[in-house]
Design a protein around this ligand. Structure first.
Ligand code: PEP
Ligand code: MG
Length: 850
């Protein structure tokens, strides 16, 4: 292949690219070359070629040369925004041109006034060769030699500069790394020569790779024990040889692979996966119980779906910038994950950060963008090209690296698309869903009939997806850690969401024992369920109301089957999760009415919309918030969008019979919020022609509301304690945080003291006090809550028979004693140690249904 000489296409001043006020050009993301500060108004062809790109806006043009090289000329910076004004194309797309032909006439004055800069980058994109010479920091006229490119080396001019004087040195080394040059050592090689003034390459079997590209190094396919020649040129050549040799001849420290799963692009802080081997039969993983129960099933792993991509791009500038933006996001997510990560995970993250910055991937992607493709399409093409090369090596370890690249592909594509999470798959029957994490909207999209259980690598026990699982009677474990994602599709599993264990590929004997346990549980549950139809009284006759938490009509039916004495919390936001727009007033009224009917006259506590935090809703986009859990949530959102609140209030007030419903307000922090809603209820009642008053209660789920419970009790008709949020805000631990999941325990004495204070304030004013958070369904908590003065528990429907059976065995005196002891303990664990969960109150097998 012949060399290529480019002449200056403009008269003006030739400038180094670094001076261009745009990181895309200055960082050589599109290609290498120079920039010209133009004096004339016509752009000429710097070489022979064909016009392969000429956007409608005429602000740039690309020629393809016989050497397969593309020459991109971009007139000014940010000039796409001129929409073609001031530019006139003198050639057409596909037209062959000769050196010196006029290409574009432009209005230099207009550019000077309207563009960010008139500097015009002249770039070489793609092609296997070296930018051997460039003329810069001097005046040029049209036709002066500007650059010279020679074929052969993949390295760019920066490399040539690094090589400089001193000749090339070489050294042959044996690769001691057990698994050859895979992702991590490749990244280590890149890191080892960073900052050294040397051009370094590795050579094996007639193939070579730039040592600054981890991808190129991996695609060499060098195995452990193999020989490789290191070549280095430039002032630091000797140091570079030593550095590379040190990496390649070191023994492999640990067996690690892989990068954070693609889902972690949407949850940056989650840990990377580090497991390589398929899990051994009988492996037991431990997690945090999010929904009690027991199930036998087969793994259905939530794979991330293929992201749809537009092939055509919207121009170089735009697409390159988009790619950069997405990579910055992914890099930030990885860097975030690196904080606090321990080995070997931390090292893996490092390796993948290096992959993200890999010059080979980068230049392939930008080359593809240069051919008119979108950023996503180009990124995918660049990754898949490398993936193919790795897979072609027919080496299992390298194929794993290919999976890593595919993960990285997804992370960037997700960031590009601004996506939040993968969609859900169709499930086989008896499926135990394995996923990194799950959104409430994804869970409701799954076929509950086929779902025997849920196991999440991340998540928290009181996150809303856990609540939904519990409501549906689906056993669930969260915070199982990244290993769970390694479970192979269709593996047999035993999920013990009582003990917090997941047994992988348990073997026939264990499955038999599990089946027998499920049968025993089912029989006990059937007995309890029958008894649960009676009203709940303690052994000494004290009346305790056991109600249900509902999020759907199906929950209402399950609640009635399980002996609920009404509904203590209807999470109205769950009724309308799968929608694109807010439900109308009439739709809401119909839904509330249906649920009221299903409860056959028993009390129905309707909570106003609790949107925000971990319950985003498509049709109510909230402003971008730094910390949504501390932002627009619950009643704050309702008072921000009073139009939605008013509609909801009218819908509730219209339900018949009028005395069946109560209204409950979430996230109250002061009495002013309560008053504001009460005033709107008065107005809404007038509008629907309702004369009867309605009970208005507040949730005690912020420390503030618990601390001023005495003030709130003057105006609220009842209290319902939301222990999920109360715990989150008291302990300052995110309820969805996987690492904190095990510590986020509502039996923490600090939370219990707030409950005690609330109950005392309620009794002082003769107000009812209920608990509707997850603690109400926890058998270990029932005696303590009753002892603290709570007389109403609102539980997940499936837990009601067990809770009622347990309460029937307790006396008030016992409970008061237990409560006093609990308040004095120093930790949640110590409180739990006071009252091991009685067998009677454990959940039922998933297969038995709720
Ligand atoms: C709570 O916070 O305990 C509660 C019941 O409300 P939610 O779980 O819906 O936030
Ligand atoms: Mg809450």
């Amino acid at each position: 292949m012949s060399a290529l000489v480019l002449v200056s296409p403009l008269a003006g001043w030739s400038t180094p690219l670094e001076e261009v006020p745009d990181p895309v050009f200055a960082g050589r993301m599109l290609g290498d070359g120079v920039a010209i500060d133009p004096l004339g108004s016509t752009l000429y062809a710097p070489c022979e070629g064909e016009v392969v790109l000429l956007p409608e806006t005429r602000h740039a043009i690309t020629l393809r040369t016989a050497q397969g090289l593309e020459v991109l000329m971009h007139l000014g910076i940010d000039t796409v925004g001129l929409g073609g004004e001031g530019f006139e194309a003198l050639v057409a797309l596909g037209q062959p041109v000769r050196t010196g032909d006029a290409l574009i006439r432009f209005d230099l004055d207009l550019l000077a006034r309207r563009a960010r800069s008139v500097l015009t980058p002249i770039l070489l994109v793609g092609g296997e060769g070296t930018l051997a010479r460039r003329v810069q920091s001097c005046a040029v006229t049209v036709g002066d030699v500007l650059m010279e490119w020679t074929p052969g080396s993949a390295a760019a001019d920066g490399a040539a500069a690094r090589a400089g004087a001193g000749g090339t040195r070489g050294r042959t080394v044996r690769v001691a790394l057990e698994h050859g040059i895979h992702a991590r050592p490749a990244a280590q090689v890149v890191a080892a020569i960073k900052g050294l003034g040397a051009e370094v390459s590795l050579h094996v079997g007639g193939r070579q790779a730039d040592a600054r590209s981890a991808v190129a190094l991996m695609t060499l396919g060098v195995r452990g024990g193999g020989q490789v020649e290191i070549r280095a040129a430039g002032p630091d050549a000797a140091a570079a040889l030593d550095a590379v040799e040190a990496v390649l001849s070191a023994a492999e420290p640990a067996t690690v692979s892989s990068m954070p799963s693609s889902a972690s692009a949407t949850a940056p802080a989650s840990s990377p996966r580090v497991q390589l081997e398929p899990l051994r039969p009988g492996t037991v993983l431990r997690g945090v119980v999010a929904s009690r129960g027991f199930a036998i099933g087969r793994a259905a792993v939530l794979r991330v779906r293929e992201i749809a991509l537009e092939e055509a791009g919207a121009g170089f500038e735009h697409e390159a910038r988009e790619l950069d933006r997405a990579q910055v996001l992914v890099r930030a997510a990885l860097e975030q994950a690196r904080i606090g990560a321990v080995e070997p995970a931390a090292e893996v993250i490092e390796a993948h950060l290096a992959l993200l910055a890999d010059p080979h991937l980068q230049s392939r992607a930008l080359h593809c963008i240069g051919q008119g493709k979108s950023a996503g399409y180009a990124w995918r093409a660049a990754i898949r090209e490398s993936v193919q090369a790795l897979r072609a090596l027919d080496d299992a370890r390298m194929a794993e690296r290919a999976d890593d690249l595919t993960d990285l592909e997804r992370q960037v594509l997700i960031a590009l698309a601004g996506e939040q999470a993968p969609s859900v798959p169709a499930l086989p029957s008896g499926a135990i869903l394995i996923a990194q994490e799950l959104l409430p909207s994804q869970l409701v999209g799954l076929d509950a009939e086929r779902l025997a259980g849920i196991c999440l690598a991340a998540g928290g026990a009181t996150s809303h997806v856990s609540i939904l699982a519990a409501a549906a009677g689906i056993p669930a474990l969260v915070a199982l850690g990244p290993t769970v994602i390694e479970i192979v599709e269709d593996t047999a599993l035993i999920l013990d969401a009582e003990a917090g264990e997941l047994c992988v590929d348990p073997g026939e004997r264990r499955v038999e024992a599990a089946r027998a346990r499920m049968t025993r549980n089912a029989e006990r549950r059937a007995r309890e369920r029958q008894a649960a139809q009676r009203e709940c009284r303690m052994a000494d006759g004290t009346r305790i109301d056991v109600l249900a938490n509902l999020g759907s009509m199906a929950d209402a039916e399950a609640a009635m089957r399980n002996g609920a004495e009404g509904c203590g919390l209807l999470r109205t936001e769950f009724l309308f999760l799968e929608r694109r727009q807010a439900p109308s007033e009439a739709e809401q009224r119909d839904e509330y009415q249906r649920i009221a009917r299903a409860l056959a006259g028993k009390p129905l506590t309707i909570r106003t919309l609790d949107i925000g935090g971990d319950k985003p809703i498509d049709y109510l986009p909230l402003p971008e918030e730094e910390n949504p859990a501390l932002g627009l949530r619950g009643v704050r959102t309702s008072l921000w969008r009073v139009d939605l609140l008013d509609e909801q209030l009218r819908a509730v007030l219209a339900v018949e019979p009028v005395e069946q419903c109560r209204i409950l307000l979430p996230m109250i922090t002061d009495v002013v919020e309560l008053r504001a809603v009460r005033a709107r209820i008065v107005e809404a009642s007038r509008q629907v022609g309702r004369a009867a008053p309605i009970e208005l209660g507040v949730m005690i789920e912020t420390p503030a509301s618990a601390l001023i419970a005495d003030v709130l009790a003057r105006e609220a008709d009842f209290f319902s304690i939301g222990t999920n949020d109360l715990t989150q805000y008291t302990l300052a631990m995110d309820r969805g945080h996987p690492q904190l999941a095990a510590r986020l325990d509502a039996l923490h004495p600090a939370v219990l003291r707030l409950i005690a204070r609330t109950a005392e304030a309620a009794h002082g004013r003769g107000r009812r006090v209920a608990v509707c958070g997850g603690l109400a369904s926890d058998p270990a908590a029932a005696p303590i809550l009753i002892g603290l003065g709570v007389r109403e528990l609102s539980c997940v429907p499936a837990a009601i028979p067990g809770v009622k059976a347990l309460i029937g065995e307790l006396t008030l005196e016992q409970c008061k004693r237990r409560a006093r002891e609990a308040l004095e303990q120093e930790s949640a664990d110590a409180v739990r140690a006071l009252s091991p969960a009685p067998a009677a109150a454990t959940g039922e097998p998933a297969s038995a249904g709720a």
